[in-house]
Structures are given as C-alpha cells and as structure tokens.
Write a protein of this length. Structure first.
Length: 161
C-alpha cells in the first residue's frame, strides 16, 4: 500500500474520529526510532511497534460497526485460527478445510519498518472477492460481504480484523 493510500485512509478516518498525531506520523512512515516488541499469546507472536523516543507502544482501537475502513480499504483481510472456524461455520461449511480451500488466499509479503527492519509474513486471508488472486494482494478491494452502507453480511461471524 502506498504512502498516498495510507494518507487517504487516515484522512477518511479523521472525518469522524481523532487520530493521535503520533500514530498518524508513525503510519505515514515519518517516525524512525521504532523497535519491534514481540509479545506471545499461546502460539502466536504479535509484533507490537514501540516508539523509543516517545516511550509508547503503537496500539489502536477498532471502531466497527461505525467504521469499516479495514474491510473497505485494507490490502488484505487476515484471519485468525478462530476466524477460520467461526466464519466457516457461519458460511455453512461442514469442514474448515473446505472453507479454507474456497474462501481464503495465502499471501507472503515483507513489511519494512521505519527503522529498516524487514519482517517476512505469511497469512491466510479472506478472499475479498470470489476470484481474488495473489497478484491483487496489497491492493484496495472492498470486501464482498459489505453492503453499500458498510454493513457486514457475515456479522456476527465477521473476521476479528
């Protein structure tokens, strides 16, 4: 996702919510003293950005259902293991393996932090459109489960975006 697209998304969010100036600068790649703070929950390691000079962790709150920015503008919709089970059942799949085969796409990409640290990630993602391909990873595609007002037809089984 380009800096311009990130800035557009932030501008859209700021029409309805306050975005902390430090978070905005971080998201736009203007903060360079960032370190990675790995935090393990069960078998999953979360990489939480830490701003050394500000002595702050970067965390944010989801404003769904009032905001559907992630489902409408994000470059991918990653799923947790719980999402695979919950959404698969919600879409009436009898087996999680069938849900994964038909409704998800696996992508690998590298994320470069402002500090220059490169992290390679592979995730299982919800297909935002039925024929989504790996070449569309990282591009804006509105989720096929959103209606024209941003309502999610999967709710309450929507991903934990």
């Amino acid at each position: 996702m380009s800096q311009k697209e990130i800035e557009e998304s932030l501008n859209l969010l700021q029409k309805d919510w306050d975005v902390d100036p430090i978070l905005r600068e971080f998201m736009l790649g203007k903060v360079t003293d960032v370190s990675d703070y790995p935090f393990k929950v069960k078998d999953v390691i979360f990489h939480i950005p830490y701003l050394v000079s500000k002595k702050k962790y970067i965390l944010w709150k989801c404003f769904w259902p009032d905001c559907h920015n992630c489902c409408d503008r994000q470059g991918r919709l990653p799923l947790t293991s719980d999402d695979l089970i919950t959404i698969g059942k919600g879409l009436k799949y009898k087996r999680s393996s069938d849900f994964i085969k038909n409704e998800t796409i696996t992508t690998t990409w590298q994320d470069i932090a402002p500090s220059g640290q490169v992290t390679t990630m592979t995730t299982i993602n919800l297909k935002r459109k039925t024929d989504e391909t790996e070449h569309e990873d990282g591009t804006h595609i509105s989720c096929r489960f959103l209606d024209e007002k941003g309502g999610c037809s999967m709710h309450p089984d929507r991903p934990g975006v």
